[in-house]
Write a protein that binds this ligand. Structure first.
Ligand code: ZN
Length: 494
């Protein structure tokens, strides 16, 4: 028999998940479903009954999350409606604010990307007060109504993670990978865009990491068949699960999502058509999330299945799958690429992985500094300075609030990048480089997925894998990247 409070909170969560799904599918249902309002009194009572720590504490944190969501919704609605109408003008072309990333990934013209930069800077200046107002309501509610001294204390308790310890790890990671990164970024950027790192801005980084300039090496036929048979050979026929609904909609390169409505009974994946490397990565990433949800045991409590407070473990599974589809072995065996092409693509992807992990590590450090210092909008200068220092690319201070995710999600991504390298090494040591084609590896995933969200990422490592969660395996992968420079010089495929 479910606890009364727990069921109420889950109903509220489910309604919000259905609204999120409808919003992404442009379904009018979004306007017709009314959110279920959890009250402040309910949150306070739940905290009195269950506390705010451990698995029972998740009940309070989920209730509070729903309360906060409803609290900021009116302010956010205003922000969203301004954002929806916002457009940048680039040489007579309208670029909607929400499409900037996709547009940059496709845009090979340096000049156009740089015009966009100045347009976006102005738009961000105009939109920042609306975004800032949303953050102010959130922070004010946490501080005044729930007595959290600052946002970091709140996130630390909610995620059950030692933020200070991870701050040190992220700093160490940036210091130890700096030389590998600097050695390569100038060379790769120059080859692809003819820009020097001093000339390049964040929008050039988006183009560089979008890998669209390698799409001429993407296999042209039967991609879906190859992917389906890869999964079917492992005993996972993606088309046979009634609880997994895949929506292929919109354009190639669109933002993709995995939205569970009820775990494990109803899980949705929204992706665009698979026409290039970026789409392939998105597909495998979201399938990694989805499989971990649909194979979660029904016998777990609601807290262990649905009330997950950190995304780190689910992101780890998603990253493992994303890494599979861009590995040399997968590209040769499943897509039939030549060894030379496969090596090239997988190495460029490994560099992209390093660049993204550095980006999220830096974002995490900036967010901790700024929230501890109670700077939301004022923290933008620190953001621009740190991003330039660690990534090499120019970031405009005005874009800070638009690069800020709730719940310090940058930490979840950083942890997941690190953790997926640890798992990758664990499998290679046990089963060799083609580990992902072997049933034993998948059986282990099945066992892990059964556990749902009963364990956080760190406990999962301690209890289930029994290997340390450290940056070492990632650093080992970086060492292999050194060959990339020679590879670039000898076999640039253009
Ligand atoms: Zn994800």
């Amino acid at each position: 028999m479910l606890d009364f409070n727990t069921q109420i909170i889950f109903n509220a969560i489910k309604i919000n998940r259905k609204r999120d799904l409808a919003l992404q599918l442009h379904d009018d249902l979004y306007n017709r479903i009314k959110p279920y309002n959890i009250t402040r009194e309910q949150c306070v009572k739940i905290r009195e009954n269950y506390g705010s720590l451990g698995v029972r504490g998740r009940i309070f944190h989920q209730a509070l999350e729903q309360y906060l969501r409803n609290r900021i919704e009116p302010v956010q609605a205003m922000f969203s409606s301004w954002m929806q109408g916002a457009k940048a003008q680039v040489k007579g072309e309208d670029v909607p604010f929400s499409q900037v990333i996709i547009w940059c990934q496709d845009q090979s013209d340096n000049e156009k990307r740089h015009i966009l930069r100045y347009e976006i800077r102005s738009l961000c200046r105009f939109l920042a007060p609306f975004s800032h107002a949303t953050w102010q309501v959130l922070l004010h509610t946490l501080e005044e109504e729930f007595n959290y001294p600052n946002y970091i204390e709140y996130c630390q308790e909610k995620k059950a993670v030692d933020i200070k310890a991870w701050y040190k790890i992220a700093r160490q990671f940036l210091d130890k990978t700096k030389d590998y990164y600097n050695e390569l970024i100038e060379e790769i950027l120059g080859r692809i865009t003819s820009l020097t790192i001093e000339q390049a801005c964040r929008f050039d980084a988006i183009y560089l990491l979008g890998l669209r300039y390698l799409d001429h090496l993407f296999p042209v036929c039967n991609i879906s068949d190859s992917i389906n048979s890869f999964f079917t050979n492992l005993g996972v026929d993606l088309n046979s699960f009634k609880n997994l609904i895949i929506h292929t909609t919109g354009k190639s390169g669109r933002q993709s999502y995995c939205i569970p409505i009820e775990i494990p009974n109803e899980v949705h994946v929204i992706i665009g058509p698979i026409k290039g490397w970026l789409d392939l990565e998105s597909f495998f990433h979201e399938i990694g999330h989805a499989l971990s949800f649909i194979f979660t045991s029904k016998d777990l409590s609601l807290e262990e299945r649905e009330f997950f407070i950190s995304g780190a473990l689910s992101e780890t599974f998603a990253f493992c799958f994303q890494k599979i589809c861009m590995s040399e072995e997968f590209l040769v065996d499943i897509f039939g690429l030549s060894l030379k092409e496969a090596k090239f693509i997988s190495k460029i992807h490994a560099f992209k992985w390093l660049a993204l992990t550095r980006r999220y590590a830096t974002k995490f450090l900036v967010e901790v500094d700024n929230f501890l210092d109670s700077k939301v909008q004022r923290g933008q200068e620190h953001y621009a300075k740190m991003m330039k220092k660690e990534t090499g690319f120019d970031y405009d201070p005005e874009t800070y609030l638009f690069d800020l995710m709730p719940d310090i999600y940058s930490l979840d991504y950083f942890q997941a990048y690190i953790a997926s390298s640890c798992i990758w090494k664990y499998f290679i040591d046990a089963l060799g480089t083609r580990w992902f084609c072997q049933q034993e590896a998948l059986n282990l995933f099945f066992k892990w997925w059964q556990l749902g969200n009963s364990l956080g990422l760190e406990d999962f490592f301690k209890k289930e894998i029994e290997i340390p969660l450290t940056i070492e395996p990632f650093l080992e992968e970086c060492k292999e990247l050194i060959n990339l420079k020679a590879l670039l010089l000898s076999s640039w495929p253009f």
